[in-house]
Design a protein around this ligand. Structure first.
Ligand code: NI
Length: 202
């Protein structure tokens, strides 16, 4: 979809008043009033964007590098990867809470890792590709904020998976989700392992 995904933002969608027990389980107050609700065993639908929404993931190499890093971070932090899509300028993930840390920590590490790896490959980047880094044109790779929507029902889970898998088609990148390999579509539609293993949650 175009534009930021404010409908996934706690600011819009999370107008539910947290129950007292939720507050005890754990909230981290984020800048600009974004609240994260952890410790409930919910899945988290995470949305984050490239710096200034620039298409920094607009190459096959960059998207594949991202998915590779995602697989490694998932092994290290032990979370379930239920679904994902890597778009040219943003990413959606549907994950469980990790055994170690929180979804927020996972994202921080993942974003740092991808940023570092792509900076390392900068010299090999084809001319004309957007550059970033201390000696590049852009100060950073990722937009600092991310949106976190707690997913706690099968209906919402399916809705988010369908949304992610349709995203490349709606954006006009491909005519069929099968043609966009940087998502969990092939796992759900065809039972095929894609670029990274997917965890089915019932
Ligand atoms: Ni999107």
């Amino acid at each position: 979809m175009r534009g930021y995904h404010f409908w996934n933002s706690p600011l819009r969608n999370g107008t539910r008043v947290p129950h007292a027990s939720v507050l005890r389980v754990g909230i981290s107050l984020m800048p600009k009033g974004l609240k994260r609700y952890y410790g409930r065993g919910h899945l988290h639908f995470l949305t984050f964007s490239c710096y200034r929404r620039l298409p920094l993931l607009n190459t096959i190499q960059a998207r594949s590098l991202f998915v590779h890093a995602l697989g490694e971070i998932r092994e290290r932090y032990k979370f379930l990867l239920v679904g994902y899509v890597v778009m040219p300028d943003h990413v959606h993930l549907l994950i469980s809470e990790p055994a170690k840390g929180t979804p927020s920590v996972v994202l921080k590490v993942l974003k740092q890792r991808v940023s570092r790896d792509l900076r390392g490959s900068k010299r090999r980047a084809p001319s004309g590709q957007l550059r970033f880094g201390v000696d590049g044109e852009l100060p950073r790779f990722w937009q600092p904020r991310f949106y976190d929507f707690n997913v706690y029902s099968a209906k919402k889970r399916k809705e988010k998976l369908d949304y992610m898998h349709a995203n490349p088609v709606k954006r006009g990148l491909v005519n069929n989700p099968a043609a966009w390999i940087w998502s969990s579509w092939s796992f759900y539609a065809k039972g095929e392992a894609g670029l990274v293993p997917i965890d089915r949650v019932e």
